[in-house]
Design a binder for this molecule. Structure first.
Ligand code: NAD
Length: 480
């Protein structure tokens, strides 16, 4: 083992502490199934401490200048960079992804903080010309208030940082309900913010029973903004609760990304980029390419290349040298993925490679490629969130656009074509929050990221991600 795995406490009002009830949850290494640590489990009285702390801290933090907030955020980014080995090691132990991916995510988190440190200084309002002389109409951007953020386990740092860095840059304070499966790397992120000088109470970290915590925080009057990343089913529940209590909300939910390969595409490039992104993080990525739709004239070439690429992957413990794909993050995923495969096969799919659990220790699943997948099989309709690649063929652009838009998801879509006209058509016709053509260009902090339809609403990343934590106020005055 690279390092000891620590127990994780709650961070409440500037202090690391056990929950008042002393309850804990166990953390399991998905590569070995060993219990590696414990996690403090918050109940309502712990949440009350977090709520009051965030409320008190907001009164000061909102008045700190954007310039000074920026300095603290930049320092946090530096601390994270200086601890990349430690943080990435913890992430691989608790989440399973290969160490190189965990390092990339850690450095990416530091970059995201730097970006929002700067963007917070550009939260411009405006002056609107008035209808009468002597009237001045000012538009101000103000921080929305205390934020409740709910983040999942697939990118333990990235999912938190896009919310927290933007919220802090805007002048908000935060209570994070972190992922119970992967708490230690998140705790390192919070430590970095704290050591960089975030005021006491401005950042609070809790874990526990997700539904219990979300119900309490979202309905609490102190919380003014809700932000959630996770499944569509849970997102709908949280969005409706936020609506009942008239809270601003950002919902980053599930996806089912079509990946279209046209007759005129560079098939080798498509295979290389799409297979790398299919199996990244064992497919547990909301923008993972999911429905592969390949023109019949290049279908055999694409399938052959994709199978070769899947078979070349080294699946194993993410801490070992040369591993390209780790285990699934927890046992629920293993059961779910086995269910998707069994259902597809029952409905006529052919498994060209993979299709089953790898070994019997650790939640490993083979990179899987299947063809002839019936449109009514579960994998063609529900988010699989695992290393499964169903590949079907199409014969016309109209047909493939109809298939791409068939589902109620609309998070990401991919297309490969050498025709500028087809690229333009697909970019316009596909109903999706983002479309990436001839490369994988999504999820950078500089650009907005968000879904349409059942994939949610609101954006993270880009100026839109900052705006999500700000309200707009008009002050109209005379007498200057
Ligand atoms: P899950 O639905 O039980 O949990 C998904 C995430 O939501 C977890 O982080 C969980 O803690 C949180 N959650 C669940 N119920 C909640 C509630 N009532 N209030 C607040 N948070 C709640 O599923 P899972 O088995 O952990 O993950 C599987 C599914 O989750 C996947 O199929 C995928 O659709 C979705 N997921 C999506 C993302 C993403 O990046 N969009 C990330 C992780 C999981």
């Amino acid at each position: 083992m690279l390092q000891e795995y620590p127990n994780t406490q709650l961070f409440l009002n500037g202090e690391w502490r056990d929950s008042l009830s002393k309850e804990t949850l166990e953390i399991i290494n998905p590569a070995t199934e060993e219990i590696i640590g414990k996690l403090a489990h918050a109940r309502k009285d712990d949440l009350d401490i977090a709520l009051n702390a965030a409320d008190t801290a907001f009164k000061d933090w909102k008045n700190v200048s954007a310039y000074d907030r920026s300095k603290i955020l930049r320092k946090a980014a530096e601390i994270i960079r200086s601890r990349v080995g430690l943080i990435a090691g913890l992430m691989t132990l608790e989440q399973g992804k290969p160490l190189a991916e965990a390092k990339g995510e850690t450095l990416g988190a530091a970059d995201s903080i730097d970006w929002y440190a700067e963007e917070g200084r550009r939260a411009y309002g405006r002056i609107i010309p008035a209808r009468a002389q002597g009237v001045y109409q000012f538009v101000f951007k103000e921080p929305v208030g205390v934020v409740a953020a709910f983040t999942p386990w697939n990118f333990p740092l990235n999912q938190v940082v896009k919310k927290v860095a933007a919220a802090f840059a805007a002048g908000c304070t935060v209570i994070i309900k972190g992922p119970e499966e992967t708490p230690a790397s998140v705790a390192e992120l919070i430590k970095a913010f704290n050591e960089a000088g975030m005021p006491k109470g401005s950042i609070n970290l809790v874990f526990g029973i997700p539904a219990e915590i979300s119900e309490y925080l979202i309905s609490h009057p102190i919380v003014r903004k809700v932000t959630f990343t996770g499944s569509t089913a849970v997102g709908k529940q949280l969005a409706s609760l936020a609506g009942t209590h008239m809270k601003r909300a950002t919902m980053e939910l599930g996806g089912h990304s079509p990946a279209i390969v046209c007759a005129d595409a560079d098939v080798n490039v498509a295979v290389k980029i799409l297979s790398a992104n299919k199996f990244r993080n064992a497919g547990q990525v909301c923008i993972s390419p999911t429905r592969f739709l390949v023109h019949e004239s290049v279908y055999d070439q694409f399938v052959e290349g994709f199978v070769k690429s899947a078979e070349s992957l080294n699946v194993g413990n993410g801490l070992d040298e040369g591993i390209n794909m780790g285990p699934l993050a927890h046992d629920r995923r293993l059961t779910a993925i086995e269910g998707f495969v069994a259902d597809a096969v029952e409905k006529g799919a052919k498994i060209l490679t993979g299709g089953k659990r790898k070994g019997n220790k650790g939640y490993f699943f083979e990179p899987t490629v299947m063809t002839d997948v019936s449109k009514d099989s579960r994998i063609m309709n529900e988010e699989p969130f695992g290393p499964l690649a169903p590949i079907n063929s199409f014969s016309s652009i109209d047909e493939v656009v109809e298939e791409a838009n068939r589902l109620n998801y609309g998070l990401a879509a991919y297309a490969y074509t050498n025709s500028a006209k087809t690229a333009q058509h697909l970019g316009a016709a596909i109903e999706s929050g983002q479309v990436s053509i001839n490369h994988h260009g999504l999820g950078l902090v500089d650009t907005p990221f968000g879904g349409v339809k059942d994939s949610g609403y609101g954006s993270e990343g880009g100026p839109e991600g900052l705006d999500a934590y700000m309200t707009t106020k008009l002050v109209s005055q005379t007498g200057l």
